[in-house]
Design a protein around this ligand. Structure first.
Ligand SMILES: [Zn+2]
Ligand SMILES: [Zn+2]
Length: 536
């Protein structure tokens, strides 16, 4: 009897020490955790799901004031929303109605709000992912391909739900690992959970580069899934879905309330001063498990789409160049010994190509100044590239806190390191990297004068700068009058603001040089203003 006990104890000892060897201190076996969730939500037999309801979307990067707003702005609701996911085929179809005329048609929610691209014309919007391709359709229009970087994030999103995560965790190279922790009471934290509660976090790798973490609560439900992607402005960027109210539909459980953060849910602005976060959410109570929808083959036009960055160069006045070729422009103003640039949209790749063109146009002249109009994300993706190249960033003073803390920082970028994160410039530590403008600022030498001034853009953003070459009569401006498509009513307040500014400063404008669209004679602006003010 005693002998038997000793053997049993030894067996127990050996098996515990074996499992201890498999999982380092602080880690646990992810397999039983994932199996328990699969059991709880009935994951095994679910290959497709369709859910419907009413949602909202937050315009990431479009806050009126970066350091103050709590949420990304929500221009309007997503009505008649339906999403159908087929994990077996790797496809997702989302359709919703959204008020036309206000947002880029390409914008699903969160990432992808790009000014200067075609504005949504019809109410019905469709966004489709198939494998590595993604495209959108405005009303009954033609499919338009989504850029590969954004398509990758849309593609990942179909797995960022409880059932999708369990399937993704079984993919080759997912390499699940698990840790445990007590989750404490947090103001505003989602889910009907009794705190503090012991939680498990299972982390997997997707597409060989994204770490995706699922938090599993005591009910064996995945209540939160988060990952980190790269965006040009902020680098490592948090995306997390809170999926609450998991109800039973036939043989599965599925959350009917969705709530998604992009950026940190940081009410205290400890980590980031840009505190916008709620990017997508809503109530989707109509859930149909096993509904796969029709197949969505990749349209030829989408398969053939290319996203090569091409910079066009046009001299619009002596020594003044439009550097275009994308949804947003930069302008180069050449002085005797240096160059100034107005706006740095896009990303590092595009900005390096723009800088390359500048060095061809003005060899050996430093890009001394980069004037940034306002900190909406589609306008500042290249700001760090100019910091890298040695430019001083000219911005309105109210943007300084956000830019210096969140954008022009030493912070490492783990998903996609850029030049500043790899080789931080010494000026960053010395404070020579910016000029803060309150009312006006002048860049001049013996050859020319460039006046930078504050402009109060009604309703669009706080802290907006524009620039004016008095000799040439050129005004450089962003989002006050876009010329890439016909003037629309939504832009009227910003246009009135520009008009006021021009009168107040007694500017003699001949050419209006926009960041979105081609330069136009001032008369084009005046006519558009008159038409819109007349309500036509
Ligand atoms: Zn814009
Ligand atoms: Zn803007």
């Amino acid at each position: 009897m005693k002998k038997y006990q000793v053997v049993a104890m030894m067996t127990l000892f050996i098996s515990t020490s074996l499992s201890a060897q498999l999982f380092p201190t602080g880690y646990v076996d992810p397999e039983p955790l994932l199996a328990a969730v699969a059991e709880e939500i009935g994951e095994a037999n679910l290959q497709c799901i369709s859910y419907s309801g009413t949602g909202y979307n937050g315009a990431v990067g479009q806050t009126f004031e970066n350091a103050v707003n709590i949420d990304w702005p929500r221009p309007n609701a997503l009505n008649n929303y339906t999403r159908t996911i087929n994990w077996e085929t790797g496809t997702s179809v989302e359709t919703f109605d959204r008020e036309p005329g206000l947002n880029p048609a390409s914008w699903k929610y969160g990432l992808g709000w790009v000014g200067g691209t075609p504005t949504q014309q019809e109410s019905r919007q469709t966004h489709i992912v198939n494998g590595e391709y993604a495209w959108h359709i405005d009303g009954s229009g033609e499919p338009v391909a989504v850029s590969p970087e954004i398509a990758e994030i849309y593609r990942m999103d179909m797995w960022l739900n409880p059932h999708g995560f369990l399937k993704a965790a079984r993919m080759p190279d997912a390499n699940p690992v698990a840790v445990w922790r007590w989750e404490q009471i947090e103001k505003g934290r989602d889910g009907n959970v009794v705190y503090p509660q012991k939680m498990y976090v299972v982390a997997i790798t997707m597409f060989g580069k994204y770490r995706v973490d699922a938090t599993i609560n005591a009910q064996n439900q995945i209540q939160r899934i988060k990952t980190t992607v790269d965006i040009p402005t902020l680098g490592d960027f948090n995306i997390e879905h809170e999926s609450t109210n998991q109800l039973t539909f036939g043989d599965v459980k599925w959350p009917i309330r969705w709530h998604s953060h992009q950026g940190w849910d940081d009410n205290w602005q400890f980590y980031r001063h840009s505190t916008g976060h709620n990017a997508y959410g809503g109530d989707f109570p109509d859930v149909v498990p096993h509904a796969c929808g029709d197949p969505v083959p990749v349209p030829q036009v989408v398969a053939d789409a290319t996203f090569e960055v091409e910079v066009t160069v046009d001299e619009i006045a002596d020594g003044v160049y439009l550097l275009g070729g994308g949804p947003a422009n930069s302008y180069m103003i050449e002085f005797t010994d240096f160059v100034a640039v107005f706006e740095s949209p896009g990303n590092e790749e595009r900005s390096l190509k723009v800088i390359d063109e500048i060095t061809k146009l003005a060899p050996n002249k430093p890009i001394r100044w980069l004037i940034t109009s306002h900190p909406h994300f589609d306008h500042i993706g290249g700001l760090r590239t100019y910091l890298h190249i040695g430019s001083t960033i000219v911005t309105h003073m109210i943007n300084l806190d956000f830019l210096n803390h969140d954008v022009l920082s030493y912070e490492p970028r783990t998903v996609k390191p850029d030049m500043v994160s790899m080789w931080p410039p010494t000026e960053l530590a010395e404070g020579y990297n910016y000029e803060a403008v309150q009312e006006s600022y002048v860049i001049a030498d013996d050859s020319r004068i460039l006046r930078v001034s504050y402009v109060q853009p009604l309703g669009h953003v706080a802290g907006m700068l524009m620039a004016y070459l008095p000799e040439e009569g050129i005004v450089f401006q962003a989002d006050l009058f876009d010329t890439h498509e016909a003037p629309k009513a939504a832009q009227l307040p910003a246009m009135q603001s520009l008009s006021n500014q021009v009168q107040r400063m007694d500017m003699n404008v001949e050419t209006l040089a926009p960041v979105h669209g081609e330069p136009v004679p001032w008369s084009v602006f005046e006519e558009a203003l008159e038409t819109l003010e007349g309500g036509n």
